[in-house]
Design a protein around this ligand. Structure first.
Ligand code: HEC
Length: 461
């Protein structure tokens, strides 16, 4: 009876004719470095599973996003673990995808005939970062919110396409409810769907061209002979993927999974901190580490080229990834014969490490506590104007606006704003905010607002 059912199922599904040959297809004997890709795939699967679990309780609206995560973290059964695994799993996935790309680059597996494997992998890398970026805002806490606002102001400064970019990314001029909805849809529907599709293509290509053989110094890739040599090699020393090679993938994936689980259980997910509030800048707008290096890089380069760099750097990087398999399709694969490839990976890894380190210490947006208006500004003010000057510091205006050389650069300089704007106009600007400026209408008392306007009115030439 049992046998009959199994036979029936197998006949209708075709397991033994289609899937069995797939998982038993011959591969060259490979080392542990070949397990990075499959571990990235497992990490993605874990993200999907924990992400779906989170979506059961998460509410993607500005009023409830933070609260629902707070509930998941503190009250839901195992919620803390699920969020923790999703949080650490994201880091694991980013690390594994990058490590896999580096490994493929080092052993020259992007070369003929696997160029499209590399290109689809490049897209997978891009969309992995897309997941990381969109996921961050969903926390809807201060740090994440401001990190995205900083990202927004940077995107907005990109020449030519800045406005277009922010419009698309943020569904408007400000990071608000519409942005959250857009990020949520992108994070849970759009990018995962794209990743699934790309993974299908990527894995199909791995089967089609076979797993690349570990490189041997002196053996060169050649368009005319490579495929035949690969066939012969597989014929001679090939082993079935499962179980001869696949067990390593299982062991490595289990190890990574255990580390993620332990981190989730011991350290838990990232602290939620305070709920996002566009009118309070008591936050460290630090993105999660996988973007930290880029923010740090932007803080380090000369201000003059920053606008072009913001858009130019990712563009150049993307172009380099795309043209790589076409400028070096043949020749040596072994890293021992490609010292420059080893150099590129080492320098990149070292720079990113150093920049993450720098980024987690250096304030690229001015530090709240140290910013005070200079005495030359506060001298000779009336009591209410002084109050206004104080609000200007406490409300974080100074973080975005410079007066007399002190303050941030995100908004226009206000040193002489009293000359160009009337009190009515000043009031209107502060109440309504603007592009990348929060609206203060709901947080300032009429008196505080009046004092602020009074103070800014004194800033004349
Ligand atoms: C997150 C950064 C940020 C914060 C915080 C911020 N602003 Fe702004 N502010 C901006 C930006 C950006 C603009 C330009 C808006 C536009 O052009 O639509 C702006 C514009 C203005 C203007 C109009 C300037 C002009 O030249 O037209 C005034 C006045 C102003 N802000 C005052 C304030 C005051 C007062 C506060 C604190 C209560 C404050 N801002 C807080 C970013 C900020």
């Amino acid at each position: 009876m049992m046998k009959a059912i199994v036979y029936w199922l197998d006949d209708r599904i075709g397991f033994s004719t289609t899937f069995k040959p797939l998982i038993e297809h011959p591969v060259p004997p490979t080392g542990w470095d070949y397990t990075l890709g499959s571990a990235a795939l497992i990490a993605f699967t874990v993200q999907v599973v924990t992400g779906v679990a989170l979506a059961f309780s998460y509410v993607p609206t500005p009023d409830h996003a933070y609260e629902s995560l707070d509930f998941i973290t503190h009250d839901a059964i195992l919620g803390n673990i699920v969020r923790g695994v999703h949080f650490w799993g994201a880091s694991a996935m980013v690390l594994l995808v990058c490590a896999h790309a580096a490994q493929v680059f080092l052993i020259g597996a992007f070369k003929f005939p696997r160029e499209v494997n590399w290109l689809s992998g490049t897209l997978l890398l891009v969309f992995t970062f897309g997941m990381a970026f969109t996921g961050q805002l969903l926390r809807w806490n201060q740090d994440a919110y401001w990190a995205v606002v900083v990202g927004a102001s940077q995107a907005a400064r990109a020449p030519l396409i800045g406005d277009f970019l922010t419009g698309i990314l943020f569904a408007g001029n400000q990071v608000g409810g519409a942005t959250l909805t857009r990020f949520y849809a992108t994070h849970v529907f759009m990018i995962p769907a794209i990743i699934f599709g790309l993974l299908g293509l990527h894995l199909y290509l791995v089967i089609r061209h076979g797993v690349s053989e570990p490189p041997v110094p002196g053996v060169r890739v050649d368009r005319l002979t490579y495929r035949q040599r690969y066939e012969e090699l597989i014929h001679k020393i090939g082993v079935p993927f499962w179980p001869d090679a696949g067990w390593k993938d299982v062991v490595f994936a289990l190890a990574v999974g255990s580390i993620v689980l332990i981190l989730a259980a011991v350290l838990g997910p990232r602290d939620l901190g305070n709920k996002a509030d566009p009118t309070v800048i008591q936050a460290y707008p630090r993105p999660d580490w996988y973007f930290l290096w880029y923010f740090a890089l932007l803080a380090l380069i000369p201000a003059g080229i920053e606008d072009w760099f913001i858009i130019g750097f990712p563009l150049v990087l993307g172009v380099l990834f795309v043209i790589l398999p076409f400028i070096a399709p043949f020749g040596e694969r072994s890293p021992r014969r490609r010292p420059w490839a080893v150099g590129v990976v080492l320098v990149t890894a070292f720079s990113i490490g150093a920049l993450v380190e720098y980024g987690s210490n250096a304030p690229w947006s001015p530090d709240l506590s140290t910013l005070t208006l200079p005495p030359s500004v506060t001298q000779g003010l009336t009591a209410s104007q002084l109050q206004g000057a104080q609000s200007f510091q406490q409300r974080g205006c100074i973080n975005c606006h410079t007066i007399a050389g002190v303050g941030g650069q995100r908004g226009p300089e206000l040193t002489h704003i009293g000359t160009s704007l009337s009190s009515n106009e000043l009031t209107w600007r502060i109440l309504n905010g603007g592009r990348n400026m929060p609206a203060y209408g709901t947080t300032l008392s009429p008196q505080e607002l009046a004092n602020l306007v009074d103070f800014l009115g004194t800033r004349t030439r």
